[in-house]
Ligand binder design. Structure first.
Ligand SMILES: [Zn+2]
Length: 340
């Protein structure tokens, strides 16, 4: 059997730098039309940083049709002028609360800082999207996302023209906020691993699984159900796919203090097909198309080319144990769908 869908876009990726970038970019470029590239490693703070990084990614992609969408990292150094300068090269700027995840030590300490509010004001003026890693670093790990929702509400209330993407949501509370409470200019990405795992799959099933560990950590079974409900059934157009694919060398994951991040790019699309078909919906592939191919670009104000499609076929394949020194999501598992 073969099925076809509008070529998806991955609205949240980490490409890193150097040899790792050259290894991982082709995996995303082979399957996705676009990718929203996160700015933490290497740090992308200025228009020039973004241009130079974009060039490297395009070289590594080897596919002229693949479009990296660049973002800026917000720090205490960011000024409204830096936003203005970057508006032609960066589609979004990313708020990392300080210390919340990989390379976020110089992220945002005080979300009410007047300098930061001036930056948000300029983003609103030039139409740059605000992407938020919504976790309160000082809260207990399972409560971090729910605690930060108050900050998100405050930003959304203060800037009535600002578009906001809550990245990689993991809780029923966040899904409810986007779907039932927030205005239409607020959206959320969901990863593939958060559609598969609860915290049990990281630490609760016979041992610790370092390759399942990421921030935000997967939560409770009821949260998983709420995320699946949003991904499979939402018709708001504001729930879309962002893999948060985040490669780390195997040794940095299998360590006394392992890095957070799941490398899902090579298996994300076949896994999504499997999950959506399991949802039991007759229109599962059209729902997947909304989630992975059209909702994200439309929210970002980008065109969707319906004639640009990708095909998948059934035919089991086993995910390699390692790819370029990185252990991918679902390593060693057999997946029933492959990209044709
Ligand atoms: Zn991320």
């Amino acid at each position: 059997m073969r099925l076809s869908l509008i070529r998806p876009s991955d609205m949240h990726v980490h490409f890193r730098d150097g040899a790792m970038l050259r290894d991982v970019v082709p995996q995303t470029a082979a399957q996705f039309r676009r990718a929203v590239v996160m700015p933490n490693v290497p740090p992308i703070e200025t228009a020039d940083d973004a241009r130079a990084y974009e060039r490297k990614i395009r070289e590594a992609a080897g596919d002229a049709a693949f479009r990296p969408l660049m973002t800026l990292k917000l720090t205490h150094r960011t000024t409204p002028a830096m936003i203005r300068d970057a508006r032609d090269v960066a589609v979004a700027a990313k708020l990392y609360p300080a210390g919340v995840t990989t390379a976020s030590h110089d992220g945002i300490g005080d979300p009410d800082d007047p300098g930061l509010l001036a930056v948000f004001e300029e983003m609103q003026r030039v139409g740059m999207i605000l992407c938020i890693h919504g976790e309160a670093p000082d809260a207990f790990v399972l409560d971090r996302e729910a605690t930060y929702l108050d900050v998100v509400r405050r930003i959304v209330g203060r800037f009535p023209g600002l578009k906001v993407v809550m990245e990689h949501i993991t809780t029923a509370a966040s899904a409810r906020y986007v779907e039932e409470e927030a205005p239409a200019r607020i959206a959320a990405t969901i990863t593939v691993h958060h559609l598969v795992h609860t915290l049990d799959d990281v630490i609760g099933k016979g041992g610790i699984r370092p390759h399942h560990f990421c921030y935000p950590v997967p939560k409770r079974p009821e949260d998983l159900r709420a995320l699946r409900r949003a991904a499979f059934h939402s018709t708001s157009g504001r729930i879309f796919f962002g893999s948060d694919t985040a490669p780390h060398p195997k040794g940095a994951k299998e360590s006394a203090c392992g890095c957070a991040g799941v490398y899902s790019a090579p298996v994300a699309l076949p896994t999504l097909v499997e999950l959506f078909l399991e949802s039991g919906r007759e229109d599962a592939i059209r729902r997947l198309e909304a989630f992975a191919s059209t909702n994200g670009p439309r929210f970002y104000g980008l065109p969707v080319d319906e004639s640009d499609t990708i095909s998948l076929e059934d035919g089991p394949w086993t995910v390699p144990a390692e790819m370029g020194g990185v252990v991918p999501f679902r390593a060693g598992e057999t997946i029933p769908w492959r990209v044709a």
